[in-house]
Design a protein. Sequence first.
Length: 349
Amino acid sequence: MKPIKIDTFGAVKDGRKAKAYTLTNNAGMSAQFSDYGATLVRLLVPDKEGGLRDVVLGYSDAAGYEAGTESIGATVGRNANRIAGASFELNGVTYKLTANQFGNNLHSGNDFYNKRFWKVEEAADDHITFLLHSPDGDQGYPGTLDMKLTCALTEENEVRFTYDAVPDQDTIINMTNHSYFNLNGHDSGDILSHRVTVDADAFTMADEQSIPTGEIVDVTDTPMDFRKGRVIGEDIDAPYEALRLGKGYDHNWVLKNKGKFAKVAEAAGDASGIVMEVYTDLPGIQIYTGNFLNQEPGKDGAVYPHRAAVCFETQYFPDAIHHDNFPGPVCKAGQACHTVTAYRFRSGE
């Protein structure tokens, strides 16, 4: 590994200054993170011709992330995705959350983890560990915890996210990384030509507000079947109810890893030859094709159009707290909650 590089990364409205931390391996791949939001800012990956392409959407400084509304590059918590009615019951107590989308709670309300400064606990050549103290009642959730996120870059061209927390009360913990990937380069247009594979036989049906109905639907003979690989643009606008309601792909797939860390998905950029493999120990993955991006001003003068990227958000199923047939997102008091997700890159043809 090359020595870690630390740079200034602008300031937010209240004057606090952010930093950016760049990890670089011997193959030339580099990953840059900011302490504002524990955000993945840049990810330079070797392409089929040996050049480097930045494959994640982003902003040029902390002010861009403070103003941004699309969770680009974000570390999302305490609960990623949606909770219906912005409330839930746990141990006989009802907890009210912020209703920030159609009366529901999305990504834990408006006091987002990715709009906060995280403490840098350790900055080494191959990893950086961020720490966020989340008190009892934070975002409406019970229990105090310290969320630790270790972001690592390996010599195998893998970016690995490791989440650790021990709450002092039973609570919901469902962390994810919300990076927007374009494997042809962040400024290369849409991702409709990307080919995606997902190791999932089913997805969770959702209503027009993207709240799961509780139904787990077989993907066979539907545009949701990515088991043998499918080009994103092939059926993204097909007259299929789930796609119509989601305005494209924005759904949770039911993974077959049985709680073990395993490869669950793959994406390939046609122009770059860059292939990304997704590994996780979580039971679900939200694949979102940037359906609500609309000429978003980004880093280095880029403007991100509709469907400029695809997200692979590993997670517990959306609204799992309200569905007994979904894997439970509750972490018990005193229990060490640990999960790992990794994105591994290689150059294809």
